[in-house]
Write a protein that binds this ligand. Structure first.
Ligand code: F0G
Length: 482
């Protein structure tokens, strides 16, 4: 897995860092876990950290920072305007992405708000390899429509295809020809495609997208939030890019983009975000919106300390030994689960390990939210907090009917450099136990269902006493163990 071979022949991801600051974790007894998930309305977003052992909800804003990032935060130059710290980040963006203009924003969705306000009009179409929740919402809020043109392989749960995040070039051409260039606001490519399991696109695919967009005079916008994982996969899976350094691949991707934006909660292991471009016209169009919604151009809603951390974090992202940690831990977890016959998304992607709840709990109908039920069950079984990515995360249609999701996934995010291998093994063990006892798991039903963003705020109840039965079986199998 890493460049280090084990004498034993085992394939083990090896951490290329040492841990120098730690945070104490609690693993509360299963009886308390049942109470906690009940108090949280069976919604893992509503759990309190004090009840959570492994927080695999997201990798957003919770990646481990380096000693160099923390040191840089101490020397941040705080001022409303003209901060030296901002200049440092601006220079780092120019150095890494080769873009002259950098506009800061407080996080990724703020960039999406600004770009959508600037370029999306009623009737606009934004082709994407795949949508992300916030990226779609901002396009729709501005009267536009998203068209997903991921390759067919991208939606297959199990595949050997290394670049499931690729855009379908023929569909892209057909879409542009059908609607006409004027209707296309821009083409958005998402690195490390989040909602289909952190799947990458290839550099070759990006070159093809660029070519089509150049032929038609359309902008390419790169969502680089999950760039680190995508870079790692290009480096390790794409034959033609094997001899390029991570820095060279990054620059090649940047050169193919008119605009790059990112959530620094993911890219650069800090918090914040930003937009960069070489076009003065774009810069001037977007500048006012940044000042209106985010803050002055030299901080854009971010704390100056975070800006220091991003500058260092971006540089660290150019190191293969740094960006390989997430994908290698995820690959380990996916392989271990697969060996036990547990249905997971393959090939392993970035961001996290994704369990296929539709198959894991094939006795639960989509109307009872199998992925949500699995999230609640795994929390009860092991204090592991994942995120539902299925029907619960959808919204009802205008008539109030459920919109059943293509996939019912439980996402177990792997914040970078946060967990140890024994913690990952523990999660695998508890998932395996749950799989053995999957017939005990039942469905969920809403008791409080908000119209918007129900997955964040909604409260649900178990459809029977299955959760009590799960606790009883745990005690039978594990005695008084936590
Ligand atoms: N783009 C991608 C690909 C993302 O994964 C996210 C966030 C955003 C944009 C928005 O960035 O959160 O800084 O506003 N993903 C988080 C997640 C929320 O948990 O997957 P943000």
């Amino acid at each position: 897995m890493s460049n280090v071979k084990f004498f034993s022949g085992d394939s083990v991801p090896l951490e290329m860092h040492k841990v120098r600051i730690v945070q104490k974790l609690n693993l509360v007894p299963i009886e308390r876990r049942l109470e906690a998930i009940t108090e949280a309305g069976n919604n893992t977003f509503l759990l309190k950290n004090r009840d959570v052992f492994m927080d695999m909800l997201t990798d957003s804003g919770v990646n481990a920072m380096s000693d160099k990032q923390l040191a840089a935060m101490m020397e941040a130059d705080d001022s409303y305007a003209g901060s030296e710290t901002f200049t440092k980040l601006e220079n780092k963006i120019a150095d890494i992405f080769g873009k002259r203009f950098f506009l800061p924003a407080h996080q990724g969705r703020a960039c999406e708000n600004i770009l959508s306000q600037a370029f999306v009009k009623p009737g606009s179409i934004v082709p994407m390899n795949y949508h992300f929740t916030t990226s779609k919402a901002h396009v729709v809020l501005n009267g536009g429509m998203v068209e997903e043109i991921i390759i067919d392989e991208g939606l297959k749960v199990n595949s050997e295809y290394p670049f499931k995040g690729n855009m379908d070039i023929e569909k892209l051409k057909a879409l542009i020809e059908k609607h006409g260039t004027e209707k296309i606001a821009f083409v958005r490519l998402e690195a490390g495609t989040n909602l289909i399991g952190g799947q990458p696109f290839s550099l070759e695919n990006m070159r093809e997208v660029r070519k089509v967009c150049s032929d038609f005079g359309i902008m390419v916008v790169l969502d680089a939030s999950l760039l680190a994982d995508n870079l790692y996969f290009i480096k390790t899976r794409e034959e033609a890019s094997r001899d390029m350094s991570v820095r060279e691949i990054t620059r090649a991707m940047a050169d193919l983009s008119d605009i790059i934006y990112f959530s620094a909660r993911k890219l650069g292991c800090a918090r914040g975000g930003g937009i960069c471009t070489n076009s003065e016209e774009i810069y001037l169009k977007v500048r006012e919106l940044v000042t209106l919604y985010e803050g002055f151009l030299t901080y854009g809603g971010m704390s100056i300390r975070e800006i220091e951390a991003i500058a260092v974090g971006l540089e660290e992202t150019m190191d293969e030994n740094m960006i390989n940690q997430g994908p290698q831990f995820i690959a380990y977890m996916v392989d271990e689960l697969q060996k036990k016959g547990i249905p997971v998304i393959t090939p392993p992607g970035g961001l996290g390990c994704h369990i296929n709840a539709m198959e894991f709990l094939d006795h639960i109908p989509q109307s009872q939210y199998p992925a949500g039920a699995l999230a609640a069950a795994l929390y009860i079984a092991g204090g592991v907090r994942g995120m539902e990515r299925g029907t619960l995360s959808e919204q009802r249609d205008e008539q109030g009917n459920e919109v059943f999701s293509n996939m019912e996934l439980l996402r177990l995010a792997m914040p970078r450099r946060v967990f140890t291998l024994s913690q990952v093994k523990y999660a695998v063990d508890r998932i395996a136990w749950l799989y053995e006892n999957r017939r005990l798991v039942g469905g969920l039903t809403f008791v409080e269902e908000p119209k918007m963003l129900r997955f964040f705020f909604g409260r649900l109840a178990a459809t029977s006493d299955w959760q009590q039965k799960l606790v009883a079986k745990f005690r039978e199998d594990f005695g008084d163990s936590l």
